[in-house]
Design a protein around this ligand. Sequence first.
Ligand code: AMP
Length: 139
Amino acid sequence: MAAYDPENIFAKILRGEIPSTRVYEDDDSLAFMDIMPRSDGHLLVIPKTPCRNLLDATPAQLTAVMATVQKLANAVVRAFDADGVTVQQFNEAAGGQEVFHLHFHVLPRHEGVSMRPPGQMGDFDQIAEHAERIKAALA
Ligand code: AMP
């Protein structure tokens, strides 16, 4: 497996070198909105320390991130009155991974509503409004 690349886009988000719409952070993890949301409220949870994906993460990194995934999954249910939550996580290019810093997708879901296709840029104002709803649900 390739080495961790500190110039990946999520590492730049962690360092504040490129903007993101943050909804939650603690000492070990960060949650921010996906810019190509496949459902309203689609967000990503990452560890603050470097690892490519599930294959090289330490148990401590996984523990920290999964606690935040659960916190945010419950928050999006409250924020969007969701019927369920989809959590996705991809490993290496062959596994569908595009950004090589471990991340979990958290997507609120509603009965009978399909996820949108990947790769469609979201509306910035709408994403910002969804982020505010999630932050309110966490408060
Ligand atoms: P994957 O590695 O396949 O899990 O996909 C990476 C995800 O990161 C996709 O859902 C992208 O929409 C998302 N993404 C890429 N760049 C950014 C960014 N700058 N801010 C937020 N999300 C991003």
